[in-house]
Write a protein that binds this ligand. Structure first.
Ligand code: DGL
Length: 275
């Protein structure tokens, strides 16, 4: 009766904390269990098979901790692993449990931000190569002109907190300039990696004033709110004490220091091993 079922939130590292922040703002009553696979981040350059294998391990681990619902708060995992997990693994693991990603809810609304229908997407190599955004956005906004650019250096810069340094800013600006050179008419820029909100202010300083810089946290949180309203049986299983716990595959001292800086509150995580 008193089983605790937090909502699992998974990312390769710290990026998913940007999604968790908004989940806690929009849905504060729920419990959350955050898992960062920091020891194996970044996922961006990894192959489909490896991202799928790591993500499935994480999902199974979160299920074992009592989660009925897991959010892949990671575009790379959503692009490379979500569909296979939903279609192949969930029916055999437990057909009542659910795994949701961040690409679909973002694609459902991103077109609404653009006036001239020119959208730019910045994301990891894995997300861009998967072409998931092009495929998903075309379902909701077939008329959108989409330009994409992978930014392989951004996640390592953020994970190592080098993005505020001059060298880090130089790389960020370089990639934005390259994307805008592909399509100077872009009026909406999606940060399609959950790490990137941490550099949103640098991005905003690097684009013309009329370009809207869109992050995913609020979009994903609002979408989850609607999902939970529609899926009442699943919603009823989610425990509601407003608690958050953090797990990391890295040493917890390292995670606590960096995650506290990202979230703006003191974090005490537990080290776990995924197999
Ligand atoms: N934060 C992740 C994303 O949204 C993954 C970054 C990485 O590990 O490369 O894509």
């Amino acid at each position: 009766m008193n089983k605790q079922s937090p909502i699992g939130v998974f990312d390769s590292g710290y990026g998913g904390l940007t999604i968790l922040n908004d989940l806690r703002k929009v849905l504060p009553e729920y419990d959350y269990l955050y898992l960062g696979d920091n020891a194996r981040a970044p996922y961006g350059p990894r192959s489909f098979d490896v991202v799928y294998e790591f993500t499935l391990q994480a999902v199974q681990f979160l299920f074992e901790q009592g989660c009925e619902l897991v959010i892949l708060a990671c575009n790379t995992a959503s692009a490379k692993a979500l569909r296979t997990i939903q279609q192949k693994d969930l029916p055999t693991i437990d057909s009542h449990k659910r795994v949701l990603g961040v690409i679909r809810p973002t694609s459902e609304v991103i077109g609404d931000f653009s006036v001239n229908k020119h959208i730019g997407i910045l994301a990891t190599e894995g997300t861009i190569k998967s072409d998931s955004y092009r495929l998903e956005i075309a379902k909701f906004f077939p008329e959108m002109q989409l330009s994409q650019k992978s930014c392989p250096i951004w996640v390592p810069l953020i994970e190592n907190q080098l993005h505020e340094e001059e060298g880090g800013k130089w790389f960020i600006k370089r990639d934005i300039d390259r994307l805008l050179a592909k399509d100077p008419e872009i009026d909406t820029l999606l940060l399609g990696c959950t790490h990137y909100p941490l550099v949103a202010s640098i991005v905003k300083d690097s684009v013309p004033a009329h370009v809207k810089v869109v992050t995913q946290g609020e979009i994903v949180a609002n979408s989850l709110k609607v999902y939970l309203e529609k899926h009442k049986a699943l919603e009823a299983k989610c425990s509601k004490n407003g608690m958050v716990h953090y797990l990391t595959t890295e040493t917890s001292t390292d995670f606590d220091k960096k995650a506290s800086a990202f979230v703006g509150e003191e974090i005490h995580s537990t080290h776990v091993v995924l197999i």
